[in-house]
Every structure is written in C-alpha cells, then in structure tokens.
Write a protein of this length. Structure first.
Length: 751
C-alpha cells in the first residue's frame, strides 16, 4: 500500500490537535487564536512529549496562504467609503497610537541592545492591537453596543489598513542597507500610486465582469472565481515589489464594493478559517521554551510597555480625537494587547531574513499574556478613571474633558476647501490612470509597432501611431481632469460671491491644463525629437481639441458614470432588497412625507386581492412605491398587482396616514377559525343510483364542487387504481365515484 506523504500526516496531526485544544478553549471562553497557538506549541519539535510535525517547510507554505486569505477576508469586510465617512477623529487617534507605540517599541528594543531591524519591526508589532481579540472581549463582556466600543472598532479597522501599508514599507526598508527619507517617501508614493490604480481599475472592471456572467455563476463557481482573482492580484502585487498579502487585501476591497460581496464572504469563510488556523498553529510552532526563559525579562518589560503605553498614549490619542477623558480611557485600556497582525509582521521579518530568530517567540509570548489580560484591562478603565477623578483637581478634570479638536464635517467645510479637495483628488486619480496607460502603451504596444514597421524610416511611423493611440486612450482622463468641477455648485457660488474669487478660480483651470499638457509633452518627447516650443504647442492644441470634442466628452462622462454605478452597486442592491432606504427619502422629509416598510401577515385579509381592489390610496392616502417579494423588487406596481402573504410593501405617506395604514394591516386579519375541528377532510364513496340528480350531467353541471363544496377524486371501474373522471364525461347509473370534502358538505351531498 502506498504511504501517505509527510504533508498529509502533518496536516492530520495539526488539525486534530488544534480541534481538541480549541474545544477546550471554547469551553473556557478564551479566544480561539490562543488555542491555535497552544496547539502549534504542542506539535512543534520544541515539545518532546508529543508527536511533532515532520516537515515544517510545508506548514510555513500553508501559513503564507493563510495570511493571504486572512487579508483577503479583511478586504471583503472593508469599505473605503465607510472609512471616508468616519471623519477625522478616528484617523487622528489611529495615527497617534501607531506612532507612539512604534516609538516605544523601538526604544525598548534599543534598550536591550537589539539590532536596528529588530527594533523597527518590534515597533510595528507593538503598534497593532488585535481586532479579533478585542471584538471577542467586547462580545463576552456585553459591551459591543456601547458607544466607546464603536470608536475602538473604527480605530482597529484603520489600524488593520495601516498595517498593510506598514508591511509594504517594512519590506522596502528591509530591502535597503541604509534607507533614508527619500527612499521612504518613494515607497509611500509607490504604495499610493498602485493603491489608487488598482482600486479604480478594479472597481471599474471587476463588477462589469461579474455582472456579465451572473447568470452562469453558482456558489461553487463564484468561490473559484473569487479565490482566483485573489491569487492573481497577489501574484501581480509581488511582481511590482509588494507582498502577496497586500494584493490579496486590495482584491478583497475591490470585491467588497460588488453585489456579490456578502456571498463571497460566506463562501470564503471556511477556506479562511482552515488556512488561518494553520497559520496560527505555525505561529505556536515557533515558540521555544528555552528562548522564553532566556528572554523572560524582555517579555515582562514588553507586556508592561503595551499595558502602560496603550493606557496612557491610547487614552491620550482618543482625547486628541475629541473624546472625553472617561471615554478615552475606556478606549485606550481596551487596546492593550497585540495579536494577529503582529504575527504577520513577525512572519514578514523572518521571511525577509532581517530579524533575529528569538523575536518571533518573544512576540507570541507577549501576545498570549496581553490577550489573557485584555478583559481585566477593559474592566479596569472605569475604576482607574474614578481614582483619577478623586485625586486630580476638578479644574484639571474639566480641562481634560474639554480637550477636543475641531473636526468639521463636510457640511461645515468652506466652499474653497471642498472645491480644492475635489479638484486635487480628481487630478491625482486621472493623472495616475493616464500614467498607467502611457506606461502600458510604451511597454507593450510600442515594441510591437516597431517590430511590425522595422527600419529607420518606418520607425517614425510606429512611434507616431503609438503616440496617437496613447493620446486617444488618455484623452477622456485629461479632459475630465481639466473640466470636472468647473460648473459645480461650489464653483458657481464662489464666482458669484466676489470678484476676488474669479482669478484664483481661473488659476485652478490653468494648473490643470498645464498638467494635461505635460502628459502630451512627455509622449512627444519620448517618441520624437521635436523642439520644446513645438511640443508645448502640440500639447496645448491637443488639450483644446479634447475640451471641445463632443465624442471625448461623451466617453469621459460614460466612463465616470459607469465607475460611480459600480462603486454604488452594493448600495443599490441593498435598496432593492429593502436593506437600505432609497436616496430620495431625504427630499421627501422636507415635504412632511416619508417612506415606511410594512410586512403583510400570513393571515391578512388582503392576500389574494389586487391593489385596485384594496384602494389603499383613497382609504388611507398612501402610495405603494415598491413590493419586495422573494428576493425580487417590484417597483411602481399598478392596480392589477396581487398581494401575497409575507410581501413587504414600501409605502409613501405622512405620519398620520402611515399610522392608519399600520392599524389596518394589524386589524384586517383572518384571525383564528372558531370551527377548526369541522375543517377535517374525509373521503367517501358515492354510488350513482337511477334516481340520482347527477345522472346525465357532467362534473361542472352536477355542482358537486360549486354547490356542495366537494371534489371528485376518481372513478372506480374494477381496476386496482381509481380512474380519472374526465370533465366531459356524463354520470351514468351505477357509477361508483370517490369524493373528498368536509363532514357537513359530504352529508349534504350524500343525503
């Protein structure tokens, strides 16, 4: 018999031990992550009393896949739109916490004489609190619905996002022997360029692809397609110098904006759980008891650093974000632990070979200890505030409670600030798209054109054809860059407000024209040897033609609308299925009417009636705008639409009208049947005699169904089974039929 590969033996051992240990941890109401780590320690070579994994290399390969799928799932649960709606407070708190804890980690590592890379990576590990552990702790303590818990979760989401950026930057730092500020700035710019490019192109292309094959995709195909896209983006990410985890996160973020996001999230969850468990088990396998004993004092000091650092700097960071002292302390104390992203950063350092072997098990030990202490730190926040309130003068407490920063929302921003922000954002996005298009054309199309048109003379034709095609492809982007927001409400208001605003407004157009001309200038300079004056002239003429061209204008508007619709597809799907109110509801509120949803009870007297029969508009003054039925939405139903049980009606009306409508739904119900016992159906035999009134009549003429409320189920003809009674057959003397009906109806029929 063929022996199983060592990989299968190792997988069986890991999953069995992990299953047993996590059951114990579930019983003890402890985070499952800790159970996986303990299971990894039990199957590691460092544990001499249990069976050990034979081939750790395969385990690390699965662990890398686990990291990729963990971040893919994180991206599916992430939305850039939600982050933008959070306002400035979570951003301020997150950046302050990450900076403070990173500096603390670097200082502690430096105090122990560790290497520069150990200190830098340690700072990154200490800055990342655990979303999983904190969420579980809030759930166990019944605090998830409290306001401060929502603030903490917002900061944790931002921390997870910045952790992705930090991993990319740490990789860039690790690749250089002595990274300087320019190298760091280049890494940040590179991250921003590809982040915007992938998101814009992905949100434009992926929803279109999924929409075109929606009828062909079932759950199995959707899972394969989603994981295929995840792995493809992971490969592409590594090709441009980033980690596979970063690419997986980006693809998850793109798919999060599609209608299929919730289905994908549910389908991917088992895969994520499996490989995620293997990752955390692999983390536990790196725990070496000898290292823990030798580095016991650094472990203790790092635990204290996290507990005290988050209690102080975390609370201060939330105060900078605008929270009161008590709320800030509850938030800061809640984040006093490290978790999954710390392990991922440590794995990155090990894979790059830039951190010492001892650092990983040290961080794991610190995570385990701080995780166990998390519930106690959350409970300690309120007593700590009470003690502080008793010992500090009331004047200082009052000052701390009012230590807030002004974070104006979008409605309070000045017109100038809003307009310039939108213009800058549009310019950056369209510049990135234009740059990517130019790079693709020069990298792929230009060599092909030069091969098809060889020789010095034809070489210029190849360059000219490539240049014209490139300008045509980027023309919608350049036109949108120059013209967008020039007729916005902010622009018109500023133009009317003062003559002093007109010159700066015209200057914004000039700046964007110069940027657009620069692209044409670069293309001409790369492909030809013209004078600067001629290239600038060509650029100005090309941009002017783009502005006046109706065809380019239509293409630009079409592309933008398609992108916006793709970006809003999940919101539209939520509105269609009644999960979210339509956007026009806000305008109705100004007119003292609004939208409400009502479910039709299963015993409603309305079921089976049409809207015209119910006459809801005349009776209650309301309008039925939509009917949601079985996952489908019927908009603007006419009077012929039937009402079915469990229909959800979306109704427009005033408060009084909707109250009356609600009362009618609740009152107009069938209620309990007082004669339920009489509704039992029975089967009886009926023999057609010579004096029977049914002789010579068909079923319809006999009135057995209409008059007696009974039903003929068959004709007995001496066969094993009853024969069907044809509708055109007439009853004859001696016929034996079988009839079903209620007791009273059968008595009347047989009388």
């Amino acid at each position: 018999m063929t022996e199983l590969p060592a990989m299968i033996h190792d997988l069986a051992l890991m999953l069995i031990v992990a299953g047993i240990v996590t059951l114990i941890f579930k019983r003890l109401k402890q985070p499952l992550v800790l159970g996986y780590i303990v299971a990894g320690f039990l199957v590691s070579p460092h544990m001499p009393y249990t069976a050990s994994v034979a081939d750790s290399e395969n385990v690390h390969l699965w662990a890398d896949i686990g990291v990729m799928f963990l971040l893919f799932s994180l991206g599916l649960d992430f939305s850039f739109k939600k982050i933008l709606k959070m306002g400035a407070s979570p951003f301020i708190s997150t950046i302050t916490i990450i900076f403070s804890m990173s500096m603390l980690g670097v200082c502690v590592g430096h105090a122990f004489g560790w290497s520069k890379m150990d200190c830098i990576f340690l700072g990154g590990m200490l800055a990342m609190s655990s979303t999983t552990i904190i969420y579980k702790a809030f759930d166990d303590l019944g605090l998830r619905q409290q306001q401060f818990a929502g603030l903490v979760m917002s900061v944790l989401i931002l921390e997870d996002i910045l952790a992705i950026v930090m991993m990319v930057m740490l990789s860039a730092i690790a690749s250089g022997n002595n990274p300087d500020s320019s190298q760091m700035l280049g890494s940040v710019v590179k991250i921003g360029f590809f982040l915007v490019l992938w998101l814009v192109v992905g949100i434009f292309a992926i929803p279109i692809f999924l929409r075109s094959v929606r009828r062909l995709i079932n759950s199995e195909v959707l899972l394969v397609v989603s994981l295929g896209l995840c792995c493809a983006m992971a490969v592409f990410s590594t090709k441009v110098g980033f980690s596979s985890a970063f690419g997986a996160f980006i693809m998850g973020s793109i798919l999060a904006e599609t209608v299929e996001a919730e289905r994908i999230e549910k389908l991917v969850e088992p895969v994520k759980n499996l490989f995620g468990a293997i990752f955390f088990v692999s983390v536990g396998m790196l725990v070496d008891p000898d290292i823990l004993i030798n580095y016991r004092w650094p472990i203790i000091l790092l635990v204290l650093t996290i507990l005290v650092g988050q209690a102080l700097f975390g609370s201060f960071s939330f105060m900078l974000g605008g929270e009161s002292l008590k709320s800030a302390m509850r938030c800061g104390f809640s984040m006093a632990q490290i978790g999954e992203f710390s392990f991922i950063i440590a794995s990155l350092g090990l894979s790059l070979g830039v951190i010492s072997d001892f650092l990983y098990p040290v961080v794991v030990a610190v995570s385990v200890i701080t995780t166990f202490l998390t519930p106690y730190m959350i409970r300690l926040a309120t007593p700590a505030y009470s003690a502080l309130e008793q010992r500090l003068p009331s004047r200082i407490i009052s000052s701390l409670n009012h230590l807030t920063m002004s974070h104006p929302d979008s409605q309070e921003k000045s017109l100038w600030k809003h307009l310039l922000t939108q213009m800058a954002l549009n310019t950056i996005v369209y510049s990135i798209l234009s740059s990517a298009t130019v790079a693709l054309m020069f990298t792929f199309v230009l060599p092909i054109a030069q091969k098809m048109l060889p020789g010095w003379e034809l070489h210029w034709y190849a360059n000219a054809i490539t240049g014209v095609l490139t300008v045509l492809f980027i023309s919608p982007f350049l036109r949108a860059m120059v013209m967008k927001k020039n007729r916005s409400e902010e622009w018109k208001a500023l133009w009317r407000e003062s003559n002093r605003n007109r010159l700066p407004l015209l200057f914004t157009i000039l700046v964007r024209v110069i940027i657009a001309v620069s692209f044409i200038f670069y293309i001409c300079n790369y492909l030809g040897r013209f004078s600067n004056a001629l290239m600038i002239t060509l650029g100005v003429v090309a941009v002017a033609l783009m502005i006046v061209s109706r065809g380019i204008k239509r293409r630009s508007i079409l592309l933008e609308r398609l992108f916006v619709n793709n970006l809003r597809s999940r919101d539209i799907e939520a509105q269609v299925h009644g999960k979210k109110r339509p956007l026009y509801e806000g305008k109705l509120l100004d007119r003292d009417i609004h939208i409400a949803e009502f479910d039709i009870p299963i015993d409603s007297q309305w079921m089976g009636q049409t809207l015209s029969q119910l006459n809801l508009g005349r009776r209650y003054g309301v309008h039925v705008s939509s009917i949601m039925r079985g996952g489908h939405r019927l908009n603007i139903p006419n009077g012929n639409y039937l009402i079915f049980p469990s229909d959800r009606l979306q109704v427009i009306g005033s408060d009084d009208q909707l109250v009356k409508f609600q009362e009618a739904i609740e009152n107009e119900r069938l209620g309990e049947d007082p004669e339920m016992e009489k509704r039992e159906m029975k089967l009886r035999q009926l023999i057609i005699g010579p004096e029977s009134p049914f002789v010579g009549k068909t079923l319809q003429e006999s009135g057995i169904r209409s008059t007696y409320n009974c039903m003929v189920v068959g004709l007995e003809e001496g066969k094993e089974n009853l024969s069907a009674f044809p509708a055109t057959r007439r009853f004859q003397e001696g016929d034996i039929i079988w009839v079903v009906g209620e007791e009273d109806s059968l008595k009347a029929l047989l009388a």
